[in-house]
Write a protein that binds this ligand. Structure first.
Ligand SMILES: CC(C)(COP(=O)(O)OP(=O)(O)OC[C@H]1O[C@@H](n2cnc3c(N)ncnc32)[C@H](O)[C@@H]1OP(=O)(O)O)[C@@H](O)C(=O)NCCC(=O)NCCS
Length: 212
């Protein structure tokens, strides 16, 4: 049985919200609504807190969570069971696949791809050194691909167009156009066959390519 809950959102686009999703959860008393810049689909059991801004052509899968003060660009897909923990900024044309974790204070650029269960982190010494606690998520620059199940440590920047292999652990900043493989991640220049800019078949063809 569905609860007696009114979605709280603004926007003039076609917004489809499936049953049992919650849009605009009042995370604190007086919290604002969700703002949609255009069309959107929010699938069942997804929860989006108030004070979230979502761009045009937004898609969320099932049972995703997007917390407050998160901004999302146009043509972004947030897969099922993804958790975005708030205070996260996401560019345009981004695909976040099933089960990824994105902690607070994280920035994702545009044309970024996160494979299933990629885990980003924001606290180098969890529950230790509390007198110095200052969460700092990674910065994932434009055109980056993160492979399935990789882990990116707190505060790390993954430079533009880089490719992180499945299962790699990224422990240090990565220069642009790099490949990162293994644990700890070994960094090398991006090989020729991985230099195509990220593009999805359903993105508009006039989208500028990486490196412009
Ligand atoms: C990194 C990657 C692009 C390499 O692919 P590739 O260029 O075809 O490379 P190869 O498969 O020829 O492997 C080259 C070497 O790297 C190793 N390797 C490949 N992927 C690896 C990985 N993820 N971690 C550790 N080693 C890896 C191979 O075992 C091989 O080692 P060898 O030379 O000792 O035999 C690919 O393996 C990868 O991880 N892709 C991401 C897949 C993904 O997460 N997709 C998400 C959507 S489902």
């Amino acid at each position: 049985m569905s609860a007696n809950f009114s979605h709280r959102y603004e926007g003039d686009g076609r917004v489809t919200i499936q049953p049992l999703a919650i849009v605009g959860l009042e995370h604190t008393p007086g919290a604002g609504p969700v703002r949609f810049a255009g069309d959107a689909t929010v699938r069942s059991h997804t929860v989006i807190y108030g004070d979230v801004e979502l761009g045009d052509a937004f898609q969320a899968g099932h049972s995703a969570l997007i917390r407050e003060h998160t901004t999302v660009g146009n043509h972004v897909m947030v897969g099922s069971h993804v958790v975005i923990d708030g205070n996260v900024h996401i560019g345009d044309f981004v695909k976040i696949q099933t089960g990824c974790y994105i902690p607070t204070h994280t920035t994702l650029g545009s044309r970024v791809f996160l494979g299933p269960h990629a885990v980003l982190t924001n606290d180098r010494f969890p529950l230790r050194q509390r007198d110095r606690y200052a969460p700092e998520g990674p910065t994932i620059e434009d055109g980056v691909t993160l492979g399935a199940g990789c882990i990116v440590l707190p505060g790390v920047t993954v430079g533009a167009n880089s490719f992180v292999a499945a299962g790699a652990v990224v422990t240090r900043d990565v220069p642009a156009n790099s490949l990162v493989v293994g644990t700890p991640g070994k960094v090398s220049p991006l090989p020729e066959h991985l230099r195509d800019p990220n593009r999805a078949l359903n993105w508009p063809s006039d989208e500028p390519e990486s490196g412009d």
